[in-house]
Design a protein around this ligand. Structure first.
Ligand code: FAS
Ligand code: PHB
Length: 410
């Protein structure tokens, strides 16, 4: 069934001044989850419409995640949307942990039979996916805010949304809630139908994008008595860095000079110089672990941040979103291709094993690398002992490496 645009023939004027649009899968959200899903569905001949409440320019400029797992890159390549990623993305074979005034490299590829990570900004992934969908004639409505979902327990759920100031309806046979943590999908499910697992951390990350070549070739995580810091990058000309701050901190308290001084102190090891430069963008992001179970309710399926959040210390958020979309696309493919709903019925279970593994790894990396406001010398000794073990034991560093590059591939 192709997307049915309203016409005089299918218009029911008594229902709504603007006739509803119809599609097979209504997707809320044009982030990694929604866009990967739309593309994978189209490859299976399944029609979808994506509703995105922000403008195209906004979503393509929003600086967020930066690390793609091997499995995510392999999927994007199989989708035919990785040409620019392969040209501009940076392949990394290791990361560095810094503590006790020294750097310790974790050789990711060596420890995982050759798997790598790819540093390529989330906004670049979003740009590539939007272009591919629109080039293929896909339907993405920007500045279209979903305001409610009705009939999730029927075989004809309806998404109410506003577009160009007008109330509208999108009728689907399924709804994919890919609208992130603050979207409308999860909230449309009765609380009695869900179990929420939620943990907030007593710190946040101040993230910045700077027009300065990276001072390290690989991603660096630093445990320091002043707090955590992270050195990453987006290109040979652009650095992406983060510094741990109190959860209620404000950008007003962080003029550029203070940011560079603090990063320099926390990343300092002999022989290392942190080059500073113009800061193009900065923001403070809270740290949270969150999972909702199940990730489905009738014909409404949650994917990505709509269903789960991880602290970014494990670089998992975007990768989890992409992996959920892959599972949901296969399940919908089985429904439409073979009338088989077994994969749809177990979508949530098929996702949650991977989700909880990433939740644990992200929590583990966060607990090991951050200074906690209520920690004490004993806690700090435990963290240092763990860091020394992880960087000196092949078994322990292999465990970190296989989680970091991603345990689930294909
Ligand atoms: P997204 O939030 O990416 O996309 C949801 C989309 O739905 C958005 O475009 C939103 O505008 C839209 N939407 C919301 N409500 C809607 C409505 N009612 N109607 C229509 N559309 C609606 N992860 C990492 O791995 N590493 C990082 O460094 C990292 N940094 C981050 C920094 C910030 C500031 C944030 C907020 C997140 C960060 N993340 C990071 C996590 C992030 O990358 C997410 O995991 C990833 O974007 C998840 O993708 P989606 O599930 O598609 O959700
Ligand atoms: C990033 O490059 O934005 C990045 C890298 C590693 C992380 C989080 C963010 O753990």
């Amino acid at each position: 069934m192709r997307c049915v645009r309203p016409t005089a023939a299918n218009h029911a004027p008594w229902r709504n001044p603007t006739p509803p649009m119809r599609t097979q899968v209504a997707i809320i959200g044009a982030g990694p989850a929604g866009l990967v899903l739309a593309h994978l569905l189209a490859q299976r001949g399944i029609d979808s419409v994506v509703l995105e409440n922000r403008s195209r320019d906004y979503v393509e400029r929003r600086v967020r995640a930066g690390v793609l797992e091997q499995g995510s890159v392999d999927l994007l390549r199989s989708m035919g949307v990785a040409e620019r990623l392969d040209r501009e993305g940076m392949v990394h074979h290791g990361i560095e942990l810094r503590f006790d005034g020294a750097g310790h490299r974790i050789p990711l590829s060596e420890l995982t039979g050759g798997a790598s990570i790819f540093v390529y900004g989330q906004q670049e992934v979003v740009k590539d996916l939007i272009k591919a969908r629109l080039d293929d004639g896909g339907v993405i409505l920007f500045e279209a805010e979903a305001v409610g979902i009705e009939g999730a327990l029927t075989d004809g759920p309806v998404v109410r949304y506003t577009h160009e100031g007008e109330p509208r309806e999108l009728e689907g046979q399924f709804v994919a809630g890919c609208d992130g943590f603050h979207g409308v999908s999860r909230g449309s499910i009765p609380a009695s139908a869900l179990t929420v697992y939620d943990k907030e951390y007593p710190f946040a990350w101040l993230g910045l994008l700077a027009a300065v070549p990276p001072s390290s070739e690989e991603v660096v995580y630093a445990y320091h008595e002043r707090g955590f810091a992270l050195h990453s990058m987006r290109s040979p000309e652009l650095s992406r860095l983060y510094v741990q701050v109190p959860p209620d901190d404000s950008l007003d308290a962080w003029p550029d000079g203070r940011i560079w001084d603090e990063l320099g102190a926390r990343l300092s090891v002999p022989g290392f110089t942190l080059d500073s430069g113009p800061i193009l963008e900065k923001g403070i992001t809270g740290m949270r672990s969150y999972v909702v179970e199940p990730m489905q309710h009738g014909r409404l399926f949650l994917a990505g941040d709509a269903a789960h959040i991880v602290p970014p210390t494990g670089a998992k958020g975007m990768n989890l979103a992409i992996a959920d979309a892959r599972v949901l696309a296969a399940a919908l493919g089985a429904h439409y291709g073979a009338g088989d709903d077994a994969l749809l019925d177990r979508y949530s279970n098929d996702c949650l094993g991977r989700v909880w593994r990433a939740e644990h790894f992200s929590w583990w990396m966060t607990a090991m690398l951050h200074r906690f406001p209520d920690d004490d010398p004993f806690q700090q000794r435990l963290q240092l002992s763990q860091l020394r073990y992880v960087t000196s034991s092949e078994a322990a560093s292999t465990s970190l490496a296989e989680n970091y590059v991603g345990l689930y591939r294909g």
